[in-house]
Write a protein that binds this ligand. Structure first.
Ligand SMILES: Cc1cc2nc3c(=O)[nH]c(=O)nc-3n(C[C@H](O)[C@H](O)[C@H](O)COP(=O)(O)OP(=O)(O)OC[C@H]3O[C@@H](n4cnc5c(N)ncnc54)[C@H](O)[C@@H]3O)c2cc1C
Length: 306
């Protein structure tokens, strides 16, 4: 607590007007609408502010959590004893930096990025249009849908390493694999990335985005708070199909429910706690393991309190 007070005092002095929030409910910042207060949360308005916040936290040894739009996070009910750095929506710059290249800061929403690329007549991001995360969150998770993955189009990423140094990596150095990248360990703060796209017809790009949006609306419970698919796809199978086969659709614990529309989603039907979601996850995993022999792994990020 003392270190966080020092951190806030330093930031208030060195970065006038920095948006710092004390005891800020994480339920306001996660798509699940779940989570107790984060001790201190910062909303940097630029990459420079982000750097100042991170470097000050490193100097004062305050534990940090990075987040984008909170659309893949389950935050604990008791709160987070951490300094949360949220990139959405302050790190919002996008520009065309080459004939087939777009550069964007980490807090830009994927939907905005896909529309920007379409306006430039660049194809390759259509798959990401309906994913409610930021570019930084997508790189971290190697977000993907409908046979596309962000790892297929990211050419270069610039980040701050755990010593506060700016590092640039390209291509294979990202170590992208299914819902994984070099950033998954949580120690590197993404500042911006470069996308390598291909020329396309804006009308055709829009038509593909509309088609995928319609498929999402039809198959996913977008009207209720969630964090998307809770479980990773097990090899050669689909988590949702296995959960459905075990007749778990609609099963509830407190306010958390296995979606009746898409068995891979857990939705917050109102007042769900983190504990409700965790108990429901355990119930699903145990039932699927017992009845099908498949061990489901979680895809969502379950945060611990420190
Ligand atoms: C309705 C719905 C549908 C979804 N559909 C899909 C889908 O089709 N495909 C898919 O892959 N996902 C899907 N998701 C999950 C989620 O949107 C993605 O995982 C997304 O990439 C997360 O981005 P975010 O900005 O919200 O990240 P957050 O949830 O804020 O964070 C996710 C992880 O990224 C890290 N992180 C975030 N920003 C940074 C940064 N700048 N530097 C370093 N680390 C960072 C966080 O520490 C955390 O570990 C869906 C979610 C919802 C609610």
């Amino acid at each position: 607590m003392k270190q966080e007070r020092l951190l806030a005092a330093e930031l208030e002095k060195t970065v006038p007007g920095m948006r710092l929030l004390w005891d800020e409910p994480m339920s306001r910042h996660t798509s699940f609408r779940i989570g107790g207060p984060a001790r201190l949360l910062v909303l940097p308005r630029s990459a420079e502010e982000l750097k100042s916040a991170y470097l000050a936290a490193l100097r004062l040894e305050v534990p940090v959590l990075f987040m984008g739009n909170g659309s893949n996070l389950l935050a604990p009910d008791g709160g987070l004893d951490r300094f949360v750095i949220k990139t959405f929506d302050g790190l919002s710059k996008i520009s065309r930096t080459g004939e087939n290249e777009v550069t964007a800061e980490s807090g830009v929403l994927l939907s905005k990025l896909a529309v920007f690329a379409r306006n430039c007549g660049l194809s390759g991001l259509e798959f990401s249009y309906g994913i409610p995360g930021t570019f930084g969150g997508a790189i971290t998770m190697n977000a993907g849908a409908y046979d596309g993955e962000i790892g297929n189009v990211v050419a270069q990423t610039e980040y701050l390493d755990p010593a506060g140094e700016v590092v640039r990596i390209s291509g294979k150095e990202h170590d992208f694999s299914y819902r994984h990248s070099i950033f998954s360990s949580g120690e590197r703060l993404i500042l911006r990335g470069k996308l390598s796209l291909r020329p396309g017809n804006p009308a055709e790009i829009q038509a593909r985005m509309d088609e995928l949006s319609a498929r999402r609306k039809q198959s996913q419970p977008l009207e209720l708070p969630s964090a998307g698919s809770v479980f990773k796809r097990p090899p050669g199978n689909y988590a949702a199909a296995l959960i459905d086969r075990c007749a778990l659709k609609g099963r509830s614990v407190g306010g958390a429910q296995v979606s009746e529309k898409h068995a891979g989603f857990i939705v917050n039907r109102g007042g769900a706690t983190c504990d409700d979601v965790l108990r429901l996850i355990d119930l699903v995993r145990e039932t699927v393991s017992r009845e099908t022999g498949v061990e489901l792994e979680t895809e969502i990020r379950i945060l611990s309190d420190r």
